[in-house]
Ligand binder design. Structure first.
Ligand code: ATP
Ligand code: MG
Length: 501
């Protein structure tokens, strides 16, 4: 065997070269065209060159009795070019792949032998595999996150839409990815606003938006309040996408509302109770002097012959004193609130009766009456006098508010799984300004001119409804009319209606 060299090396050089080949930590072997190992270096302790020389490479390295398929050595022999091939065995390290490199050695254009070397290459394919794996792990994290996650490219095409987002928006993931644009889920120009905020420094830094409260639209085009954390995704300096993490605020808002409502109700109940006591006390105090005024005025009128103007003045005193007495009587009624005669009552009939009494009054001539009464309404345990009083007061208020012109709607229905009956009385009057809505049930609260109203009507109504274990509230908006909603329980057992008696 003769290896072509470009100049004659000295023995010293040859010796260094051999040492270098042995010091090289890769197996280097020289193989003949019929796969016999002609020479080998000694990179490892375990297999010395003498164990290899004279053996067939396929036998030694692959335990085969014939040459391997896809062998770099074979390629180099037949094609006469350096050849790279992956090793057939599986490597443990996924990031690298083991290869053979085979270089032909020529003598007069003929391949005389092959130098074969093995080494590892970074595995591009396997790296991709690994990336794929970590990618799908990340994807799973995002898809199963409790909060909603949506990402979209610059054109608004949705790239990520997780399960929580599906729950909130009602779109399936595939639907969102293929048919929905990010702009569709924002009402009006809100997407632009969010994008503007994202680019400004003022909402958590440039490219970021923190804890931003916004309303979005679901598949049914209903508004859903969410809290949004969003950021712009950059590749280098280029903007490629936006990603938003959001929390559905409906449950929290609902609970907050409930809490506020309960607090308000408590406050209202407390206020009414103490106002009731106060009113009762004042009424009591007034009752006796009023009796005195009436009595002594009558005595003077009877026992003295006075001239006409004096008599007229005294009659005026009598009339005013009587008005005071009526007010005092109402106040005492409000404070007492006993349930006189509780019997099952037909609410629809009570409405009809009250209307019958009022309809002929001039105030009602230009008021259109509409009725949406549930004819299967069960009887409600109530004191008929108080029930009539409740209806009368509310209807009168409505007619007065509409100044005799408008529409009055009555609606009855069974509510809350049959637990209570609801009466709704709606007018088309001017409505009640929000600022005074909380006060209309207070005794003496009135917006009417002096002498026109005492402001006791609704406070009496309130007391009577509570007395039945029920609840009353007003829904109103200025310019849109007012609706009084009364809920009366079907089962009054266990309520403490007589507590103020
Ligand atoms: N349907 C309604 N539309 C608009 N405002 C109303 C309506 N019902 C009541 N109000 C407002 O509530 C206030 C209190 O009503 P409430 O019946 O207690 O007293 P009043 O009607 O003013 O006096 P009274 O009933 O003693 O004649 C009214 O003055 C009015 O401002
Ligand atoms: Mg009134």
């Amino acid at each position: 065997m003769k290896i072509e060299v470009h100049h004659m090396r000295s023995d010293q050089e040859n010796e260094y070269l051999l040492k270098a080949v042995d010091a090289f930590k890769r197996r280097i072997i020289v193989i003949s065209p019929d796969y016999e190992i002609l020479a080998a270096n000694c990179p490892f302790e375990e297999a010395s060159a003498s164990d290899l020389v004279g053996k067939r490479c396929y036998h030694i390295f692959h335990e085969r009795s014939s040459p391997c398929n896809n062998c770099a050595v074979e390629e180099a022999i037949t094609k006469g070019v350096p050849t790279l091939m992956p090793k057939p065995d599986k490597s443990v390290d996924l990031s690298r792949v083991a290869c053979y490199y085979a270089y032909p050695i020529f003598t007069d254009d003929k391949v005389e032998a092959i130098v074969s070397m093995d080494f590892d290459l970074p595995s591009v394919g396997k790296l991709e595999d690994k990336m794929q794996k970590s990618h799908s792990l990340l994807r799973n994290f995002i898809l199963s996150a409790v909060d909603g996650v949506i990402a979209a490219d610059k054109k608004g095409k949705i790239l990520i839409f997780n399960e929580a987002a599906s729950d909130v928006f009602g779109f399936k993931e595939s639907e969102a990815l293929n048919q929905v644009n990010i702009r569709d889920i924002y009402p009006d120009e809100l997407e632009l606003e969010v994008m503007r905020h994202l680019r400004s420094e003022d909402y958590g830094g440039k490219g970021k938006l923190r804890s931003y409260k916004v309303k979005v639209l679901n598949k049914q085009r209903e508004e859903i309040p969410i809290r949004l954390n969003a950021s712009i995704v950059y590749e280098g300096r280029k903007e490629v996408a936006t990603i938003g993490f959001f929390h559905d605020m409906r449950e929290k808002l609902r609970m907050q509302e409930e809490l506020e409502k309960t607090q308000l109700q408590l406050l209202q109940a407390e206020k009414m109770a103490s106002l009731g006591k106060l009113a009762a006390g004042v009424a009591h105090q007034l009752n006796n002097p009023l009796g005195g005024i009436t009595l002594f005025t009558k005595i003077i009128l009877e026992e003295h012959s006075l001239d006409a103007t004096l008599q007229e003045d005294l009659h005026r005193i009598l009339r005013d004193a009587e008005r005071c007495r009526d007010t005092v009587k109402e106040l005492l009624e409000f404070a007492r609130q006993t349930r006189h005669f509780i019997k099952p009552q037909d609410i629809n009939q009570a409405i009809e009766r009250t209307l019958f009494l009022l309809e002929n009054q001039t105030l009602f001539h230009n008021i259109q009456i509409e009725k949406d009464l549930d004819d299967k309404l069960p009887l409600v345990p109530a004191d008929i006098q108080q029930l009539n009083h409740i209806l009368m007061n509310i209807i009168l208020n409505a007619a007065q508010a509409m100044e005799g012109n408008g529409r009055l709607n009555f609606r009855t229905a069974l509510k809350a799984n049959g637990e209570h009956v609801r009466i709704e009385i709606a007018d088309t009057g001017p409505g009640i300004p929000e600022a005074i809505q909380a006060r209309i049930f207070e005794p003496f609260f009135t917006t009417k001119e002096e002498g026109q109203g005492t402001g006791l009507g609704l406070s009496l109504v309130y007391g009577m409804v509570e007395n039945h274990g029920g609840h009353i509230r007003a829904q109103s908006a200025v310019g849109k009319g007012t609706t009084f909603i009364i809920d009366l329980p079907l089962d009054t057992q266990g309520n403490e209606g007589d507590k103020r008696g």
